[in-house]
Design a protein around this ligand. Structure first.
Ligand SMILES: Cc1cc2nc3c(=O)[nH]c(=O)nc-3n(C[C@H](O)[C@H](O)[C@H](O)COP(=O)(O)OP(=O)(O)OC[C@H]3O[C@@H](n4cnc5c(N)ncnc54)[C@H](O)[C@@H]3O)c2cc1C
Ligand code: SF4
Length: 327
């Protein structure tokens, strides 16, 4: 690991002051950043420890909830309001990592976790995300975990997190405070980026920006599900995951919100699916149409071709379960 400076500010203003320095990065639980620093994939000159900032706690916010950026994944998943009103979020968090990791991992850090592309963490390989302009070893390489939607010629990595997939299905918002103290609200759906020709930027954060909270809107009635398909029953990242919030009224899908993990450089959301489902009676034929629409532009990279039929089956199983049908 390369030497680095370490600061532990008490206030947001001090944190911003330190973060505007080139090469400074925030650190929260450290469960992702420290791993990448040990591998020298990330080499910040200074770490700004967020843990003394007043960004903890889950509070009522209007009709919804405000989850502070430093709330641990364990505390978030265990909160009675989240378990009762936003179970898809609790389930997605509990489907990720281990008890020990979730105790350290934070809401802000979880959103910003980096790809698990094997070539990204192997310094001997070309990687446009780690070293812009060097190429992409995953294209034409072993790409079993890589993207089938939204990839570019520069990068085919996936965003690996579970929590953000559920947050997308819940229409959540990320609260960000910039270095000049200005606050902005970014829908979770717009927070992560597609790779395009600048895959080194995972999300919309600018230098000096701090995530201060995630805002959940008022809870909605209906069934909330998170299904994660992975190589092992626990302690593995998603090959494909589906978060669903589905409301049925009088035998018809009144409201559908769906988001997908493991498919793209960001939690995948396709509003066309929701428009197709809403107002319709659930049926296998409808679910077939939804899967076909979702996967219309899907493209396998070789080793990950299996993700296309796997996604189709997973979406249909989730829709059947969420609408009261059999699996
Ligand atoms: C073995 C293993 C298995 C895992 N399995 C899963 C899994 O199945 N599913 C899953 O979703 N995750 C999984 N994870 C990832 C884990 O959830 C993340 O490492 C964790 O959530 C990151 O949170 P953190 O607080 O430790 O972030 P840190 O490591 O502290 O930071 C991560 C990034 O976020 C930035 N950051 C942190 N806080 C802020 C803030 N407030 N504002 C702006 N930027 C900030 C940091 O600068 C850094 O770039 C796994 C991790 C490990 C090590
Ligand atoms: S897929 Fe992206 S992260 Fe992986 S090697 Fe290619 S450029 Fe790097």
């Amino acid at each position: 690991m390369k030497p680095f400076d370490y600061q532990r500010p008490h206030g947001l203003g001090d944190a911003h002051h330190l973060l505007v320095d080139d090469g400074a990065k925030p650190i929260a639980g450290g469960t992702n950043l420290l791993d990448l620093m040990k591998l020298e994939v990330e080499t910040p000159q200074a770490l700004v420890d967020m843990n003394r900032l007043p960004l903890g706690g889950i509070e009522a916010d209007g009709e919804g909830l405000r989850i502070g950026a430093l709330v641990s994944n364990s505390a978030c998943a265990a909160d009675p309001r989240i378990r009762a009103d936003y179970p898809v979020l609790a389930r997605a968090i509990l489907a990720g990592a281990t008890f020990q990791l979730r105790n350290k991992a934070t809401t802000g850090g979880n959103l910003c976790q980096r790809t698990r592309c094997y070539y990204f963490t192997d310094l001997s390989q070309a990687c446009n995300k780690r070293a812009p302009g060097t190429g992409c070893a995953a294209i034409g390489g072993f790409n079993r975990i890589h993207a089938i939607l939204g990839a570019s010629d520069a990068c085919i990595a996936t965003y690996p997190g579970d929590m953000a997939v559920a947050l997308s299905a819940l229409d959540a918002t990320v609260e960000i405070v910039g270095s000049s103290g200005d606050k902005r609200l970014v829908p979770v759906r717009d927070f992560h980026r597609l790779p395009g020709d600048t895959p080194e930027h995972d999300n919309v954060l600018e230098p000096g920006d701090v995530i201060t909270a995630v805002l959940l809107p008022a809870s909605v009635r209906g069934t909330q599900l998170y299904r994660k398909v992975r190589d092992r029953a626990s302690y593995a990242f998603a090959l494909v995951s589906v978060a669903a919030v589905i409301q049925i009224d009088d035998g018809v899908i009144a409201r559908a919100r769906l988001a997908f993990g493991g498919l793209a450089h960001k939690p995948w959301h396709d509003a066309r699916l929701e428009a197709l489902l809403e107002g319709q009676a659930p049926s296998d034929a409808l679910f077939d149409q939804a899967a076909a629409l979702l996967l219309e532009d899907a493209r396998g990279q070789g080793s990950n071709d299996f993700k296309i039929p796997l996604t189709r089956r997973t979406l249909k199983a989730v829709l059947r379960e969420a609408t009261g049908g059999t699996l």
